[in-house]
Design a protein around this ligand. Structure first.
Ligand code: 5CA
Length: 448
């Protein structure tokens, strides 16, 4: 992509309305633009990040056996009357009346819709288990939308819903999602820690929040420090085998959000030197709630003995749009964002220090072609801005590697390379610099 043909309206100054660094940087780097309170447009650079996050979530869901569908954003109130949640959900639900005076709503979650799909199409235990997910916009009329996409009113969620014949099967499904979440967040360069959680309006008695530590997190968290070094399941993990060992390893040490924190237990179970108190961002939340929705909505399948059985359910959410902000909270410096390669909007920034100079233009065009041929996503600053402005834009948008090309280097057959994370610059012979950057990108594409 050539910057001269792109749409990147970066802001030089920090917008006053943004309280936390990810919100400030997302606005400054022209990733998002607010449209109304808690409602954002995604500009090209932000959309590329959102799609990368979505892609990782999708791959890990598929690996763990979940099947993608797409449910509507607008739902019928009657479905929610069946589950008894229509009145209970309160003011967070955006209620809509259509032209025929029918009560509709913008879905804040989709347990009812998916249970109706299941009820109308699955008849036999032989069709179980099933785990259906979608990546779809949700709306919650949050009383205080804030922190940009971290607590929006409209936000993108991956929500999966599982149906199992027995409690044991449901527990195995829960464990599969648990393990998939560990991989999902690690692949984005995040350290997530599952913590026992309150189930709120979704219900049930077993749930874990997946929390990443960041100073600006909304909740205070308490955990054993070893959890920060625990191993994430590898790509070749058998997701259909027994995953209880993985879950056991991740849940046997103390970890709790302030909602359910028990100070006495924390002090008893965790030696003082191992106690970590920090702030966290909830990037995922998984629930096992048994037959709460299947029973209320009359979803049944025929069991092996011919008797009707009400399936056991769970639901599993990932805050896809929230993750864009959460990753920035975890990875930035004073100059801007530092994208981990797997979620970077582009992998390499190519900076032409003298656009219009024939030799420099030709050298850049050649590098661009070679990077693209090697399958690297390149963002080429071919504008006639001054060098200083180009450097600060590149640092702000946080592409993992920069290739800097000026007339002097072209004459001596050299390029400068810079890794955004460490900030170190190095001058290498052009071909060596090119190969170095290609190898570095390839090495960092898969983090687990
Ligand atoms: N139905 C269940 C699981 S699919 C559910 O809705 N769970 S949830 O309420 O915990 O939401 C799932 C995830 O969505 C949260 O972990 C969080 O990462 C994200 N999320 C929730 N509310 C918001 C919001 N207002 N803005 C951005 N992300 C949000």
């Amino acid at each position: 992509m050539h910057l001269s043909r792109y749409f990147l309206p970066v802001l030089r100054d920090t917008p006053k309305e943004a309280e936390i660094v990810s919100h400030q940087l997302m606005l400054r780097a022209a990733m998002i633009k607010q449209s109304a309170a808690g409602i954002y447009s995604w500009l090209p650079l932000g959309l590329r990040v959102l799609k990368k996050i979505e892609g990782i979530v999708r791959e890990e869901q598929n690996r763990a056996g979940a099947i993608e569908i797409l449910m509507p954003t607008i739902q019928s109130a009657d479905l929610w009357r069946e589950s008894g949640r229509y009145e209970a959900y309160g003011k967070e639900m955006l209620r809509i009346v259509d032209r025929h005076e029918r009560d509709m709503l913008f879905g804040p979650t989709a347990e009812e819709v998916v249970t109706a799909i299941f009820r109308d199409s699955v008849r036999s235990y032989k069709d179980l288990p099933k785990n259906l997910y979608n990546i779809q916009w949700k709306f919650r009329d949050e009383i205080r939308p804030r922190f940009g996409v971290m607590r929006g009113r409209e936000f993108l969620m991956k929500d999966a819903y599982s149906f199992d014949l027995t409690k044991d099967d449901a527990r195995a499904t829960y464990q599969r999602m648990f393990a998939a979440y560990l991989r999902t967040f690690a692949r984005m360069g995040l350290k997530s820690v599952p913590m026992k959680a309150d189930t709120g309006p979704i219900g049930g008695d077993l749930s874990h929040e997946f929390i990443i530590l960041a100073e600006t997190g909304e909740s205070e968290v308490f955990l054993h420090k070893d959890l920060l070094h625990e191993q994430v399941p590898a790509a070749d993990t058998d997701f259909f085998g027994d995953l209880s060992g993985i879950v056991e390893r991740w849940t046997s040490r103390y970890a709790a959000t302030d909602e359910i924190h028990d100070a006495a237990r924390f002090e008893k179970e965790v030696p003082e030197a191992d106690r970590v108190t920090a702030r966290g961002i909830e990037v995922g939340h998984i629930f096992y709630f048994g037959t709460k929705y299947s029973a209320a909505m009359g979803a049944k399948v025929q069991g092996p003995d011919g008797q009707l059985v009400t399936p056991e359910m769970g639901s599993y959410g990932v805050g896809v749009s929230r993750l864009a902000g959460a990753i920035i909270e975890a990875s930035h410096d004073a100059n801007g964002i530092i994208w981990p390669v797997p979620v970077a909007p582009f992998e390499v920034g190519l900076v032409n220090l003298r656009s219009g100079d024939a030799a420099t233009d030709a050298a850049c065009a050649d590098l661009y072609r070679k990077l693209a041929a090697a399958g690297i996503e390149v963002f080429y600053d071919d504008t006639d801005e001054r060098a200083g402005a180009k450097f600060s834009t590149m640092d702000l948008i946080g592409l993992p590697f920069q290739l800097i090309v000026g007339p002097k280097g072209v004459k001596s057959g050299e390029v400068e390379i810079k890794a955004r994370a460490g900030g170190e610059r190095e001058t290498l012979a052009t071909e060596a610099g090119l190969n170095h950057v290609i190898a570095a990108v390839q090495a960092q594409r898969s983090l687990v």
